[in-house]
Structure formats: C-alpha cells, structure tokens
Design a binder for this molecule. Structure first.
Ligand SMILES: [Zn+2]
Length: 295
C-alpha cells in the first residue's frame, strides 16, 4: 500500500512538472505603475499579458496613484495596494515615471537587489525617474538625464564601446523616432541567445545619450540613430551587488510594445533578472528583416 501511494505521488509530481502548471514554480513579478508621462494605463496590460503568455510568470500590478489621479482606477483591477513589501516577489518590473516612492519601499528594493533576492526590469521612461536617488542611478546604469549628470556610452560600427565623460556631448533625447534596427552585440547572453544578429523594430523613440554612472554594464544590443549618427545602447544589463538589472529603453507606446521583438526581450529579460537563466525558446514570430507585430 505504501509503495503504491509512493508511486502515485511520484506520478502526480511528474505530471505537474510536465505541464509546468504549478503556481509555486512560477516567477513572481511585481509590475509597478501609476504615474508616467506615457500611457501606462494602456501599456501595463500589454506587459502583463506578454509575461503571462509564456506560462513562466505570475504578475501582480501595483499603482502608485497620487494627486488628481488618486480617484481614478489603475491600469488593472484589482491591483495590489502600494506600497507593498517586496518579500513575496522575485522581480520588480517598472513602468513608472513619477513622484518618489516612499523611503521604506526604496530601502526594501535596494537591500533585496543588493543581496540578489530580487531582480529589476526597466522599460523605456522608467529610466527617466528618480534622478536624485543615488542608488537607483547605480541600479539602472544610465537614464534620461542632463549631460552634466554622468557619462554616456556610444558604440561604433564594430561594436566597440566608448565612454564619453559627463559634461561632454549632448543630454539625453530621442533625436530619431521611427522604425529602426536592433543589432545584437552579445549573442551569448541568455536574453539574446538565438536572436538574429539584426532585427527590425517598428516606430519607436530611439533614446540617445543616456547618462549615468554607467558602471557594471553589459551592452547586449544597440541601435543606430540617424539623429546622433552613432549606435545607442538598446538592450543592456547592470549588476548591482549580487542583483541583476535588465534595462531596455524600447517601448514608447502601444505600437512599439506590440513588437514581438520587444515582448520577447522583456519576457526573457524578466526571467533572467529573476533567476539568472532563460528557459524560453525564441518564438516563431520573432522579427528578422521585417517587423513582427503581435495583436
Ligand atoms: Zn517615450
């Protein structure tokens, strides 16, 4: 009898693993929004749906509403009240660009990220936020800042990176908006492994001259800006203590976020930031020479 029960338990366990359906196995994502000079109410649902479509994640959304926004609903109902303890999450995805978070929340993020207990993902204008938060700037590597704020990284045709020191060159901008090509510079990283060397991205703001401490960076992909006539970092990672940060300035609006390349990049980047690995195959609709849009 004992043996039979044991066999049944083993069999049931295998079924769960095979279907990858156990919520306990999933990566716990906290998506933060609620303030942004971009349409966060429209874009957060895209990020949530994209992550959940992989079967790898559970996604809670928390909206830090304030002022005249406080009486309006968040992007998704129900949301987790803000601020929330990060102890039950493996990775924080920021779609937030607004007023400072409470110090207790910032300290929680700093401590857990430094200890490698949580990962961080930065999407587009999330890198505009919190210029006065020193540790945040270390975490995100570079953000939308004045040229006097910090260094910038530009990449030549061969892929060689050059640091431009603070004060020299231009402040952050998007001197080109339109379709552009993403060029993979490190194809061995788990996030970019298997991606075509070059892939097409639909109309988006091409951020240039991102500024910051620019320390502990790994540039995975760049895009050539006709505005700056150089290659700008477009997918990169930062190490912060034992923690992993994944950062992409892609994703200005719905059109940009419907790109299968953008979504795959964030799906893989979020898994990598949480676990250090990527277990997702490259999807069949991943773009190559032509853009690939998910509806
Ligand atoms: Zn934008």
């Amino acid at each position: 009898m004992f043996t039979n029960l044991g066999r049944f338990a083993l069999f049931a366990g295998l079924l769960l693993v095979g279907q990858n359906s156990s919520a306990a196995d999933k990566i716990r994502v906290l998506l933060v929004d609620g303030q942004n000079n971009h349409n966060w109410r429209a874009t957060s649902p895209i990020i949530k749906k994209s992550l959940e479509s992989t079967g790898k994640f559970t996604v809670d959304v928390t909206s830090n509403l304030s002022g005249k926004e406080a009486d309006k609903p968040g992007s998704i109902t129900p949301t987790v009240p803000f601020p929330v303890s990060l102890e039950n999450y493996d990775v924080l995805v920021s779609n937030y660009n607004g007023a400072s978070w409470p110090k207790s929340f910032n300290d929680d993020l700093e401590g857990r990220l430094r200890d490698g207990k949580i990962g961080l993902v930065i999407v587009h204008a999330a890198n505009n936020a919190f210029g006065g938060w020193k540790e945040w700037n270390q975490m995100i590597g570079m953000g939308w800042r004045d040229k006097a704020f910090g260094a910038r990284v530009k990449v030549d045709d061969s892929g060689k990176a050059e640091i431009i020191e603070k004060g020299k060159g231009d402040s952050t901008g998007h001197r080109y908006t339109g379709e552009f090509t993403v060029v993979v510079r490190d194809g061995e990283h788990p996030v970019t492994k298997g991606m075509p060397k070059e892939w097409a991205h639909p109309r988006d703001e091409l951020y240039d001259n991102l500024r910051g401490p620019a320390e502990n960076l790994n540039i995975l992909a760049t895009s050539y800006s006709p505005g700056t006539k150089t290659h700008e970092p477009m997918i990169f990672t930062i190490s912060y203590g034992k923690g992993r940060v994944f950062h992409t300035p892609l994703g200005h609006d719905l059109g940009a976020m419907n790109c299968a390349g953008f979504q795959t990049t964030v799906e893989r980047g979020t898994e990598w930031a949480a676990t250090g690995k990527v277990t997702q195959d490259l999807p069949k609709d991943f773009p190559g020479e032509k853009v690939s849009i998910r509806k």
